[in-house]
Design a protein. Sequence first.
Length: 306
Amino acid sequence: MSATVVGTVLSRSEWESRAEAHRARVAPQLARVIERRARGEKHPVEDFLFHYYNLRPSHLEQWHPGVGIVLEDAESRASLPFQRRVARGMTVDVEAFLAKRGATAREAGRLLAASSAATPRFGCFGMHEWAMVYRLSPGETRHPYLKLRFPPEKVAAIVEEVGCRCSHFDAFRFFTPPAKPLNLLTPTRERQAELDQPGCLHVNMDLYKWAGKLLPAVDSELLFDTFLLAREIREVDMAASAYDMRHWGLEPVRVETAEGRAQYAALQRGFAAKAAPLRARLLSVVERIEGGRVADGMQPAGMSRA
């Protein structure tokens, strides 16, 4: 049996109160999302958060205490994924979690640590979204229901004038073929740990991705914190794009101008500052589950504590 440290034990009243507080926080934030999805309405910010990241509103609504927390009188949670009965109640089954998601946890830890240590850069000016529509007609874009702010020829001229400095592979891979040679870097999946940096909007949105992939070892409060940041970033990501987002209440960040580029860089700095503590919290979760330093979670029911 591996060594453990004492974790937090929550009484039923305590954990039910936390779960209810979480639902009360999440429900009003997701009400419009759920209504739109029921009507089949597209939304360029919400669709990205729930389609690209492959999470559902129900994942955000469901409360999980996270790794190292034991819930007393919580037999009703036994059917949830990666749960284990222990002497004091229910907790995350770290062994089962690592058996199925160990590779994901290691990859999350590797990329989170690398981006945490990297020097932030703020000079891309959001041209990745422009490069995704470079030399395309409006009907050929990834979001054909969205209008472009400029004719395709003008979009291309802006891309060529401002230049492309994208360092994130999961943005670069959506560049149009003629746009890729314009980028100063050639990001690949293999170089992701080398190139990801905390000034990148997509790297900071990906905190939400990793939190989702690490459920239920990640507590639901942290998951929702990363969601709120990702939503705020995605709004700027689209407002700074070549698309006209005013129908969705987003005024353009006019990165085609010097003033707009300065505004974008300032927003990047703000997001980097907001993302840093969330990244640290996610890294702490990875370290705990990989190190096995979880009280009671490795301790079968009926065994006394060390």
